[in-house]
Design a protein. Structure first.
Length: 200
């Protein structure tokens, strides 16, 4: 009996050591929030972001040329939309291909601006919001555009924000997102009752 207890002990100790790791794997990623300065008016952040990003990237983002701060804000709202709408089960009523389209748009915009492909949305969103604020106030853009995230460096990143170039994937994805949300709103497609609308 003593031998049996001794042989079981290492297994129990190993299991105890693994528990913290298992708990870490079960822990959900932080919820992505949109800085209040990027939300205009009383509209909820998702509808607000959908409307503003669709307008910003209309005509492949031609209206962003020469407006680096607005480009940074548009990119932040796109990151927010892509993360929330593709990971939150409350938005399952949206067309299934929309998540892939939004992820493609994020990749396109990140490449155009020079943002690291491995940066997490919860890091990118506040960094872009801060960059927009610093650019408008003519602050220290070098500090606001850290090379760890903005891999092209502050000078080139600022130039790219001012001339992001044609962004066809972002135009298509954000236009489809706004249309899909409006279509569900028009037929009460979120579940048939006000309480089931995930945007309220």
């Amino acid at each position: 009996m003593r031998l049996a207890r001794i042989s079981v002990l290492p297994a129990l100790l190993a299991g105890a050591l693994l528990l913290p790791g298992c708990a870490e794997l079960r822990t959900p990623r932080p919820r992505v929030e949109l800085p209040l300065e990027l939300v205009q008016g009383p509209e909820d952040p998702v509808r607000n972001s959908a409307r503003l990003t669709a307008a910003a990237f209309d005509n492949q983002g031609a209206g962003l040329d020469g407006r680096p701060a607005e480009t940074a804000r548009a990119a932040a709202r796109l990151e927010y939309l892509a993360q929330v709408l593709t990971t939150d089960a409350r938005f399952a009523a949206l067309p299934p291909g929309l998540s892939m389209s939004l992820r493609g748009a994020v990749r396109e915009v990140r490449q155009a601006i020079g943002i690291s492909a491995t940066a997490l949305p919860e890091q990118v969103i506040p960094a872009l919001a801060n960059a927009a604020r610093v650019i408008e106030t003519k602050g220290d853009t070098a500090a606001a555009l850290p090379a760890s995230m903005f891999q092209a460096g502050p000078a080139l990143t600022l130039q790219r924000l001012g001339q992001p170039g044609p962004l066809p994937e972002a135009a298509i994805a954000t236009g489809r997102t706004q249309e899909a949300i409006a279509a569900l709103d028009s037929v009460d497609g979120w579940g048939g009752a006000r309480d089931t609308d995930p945007l309220r």
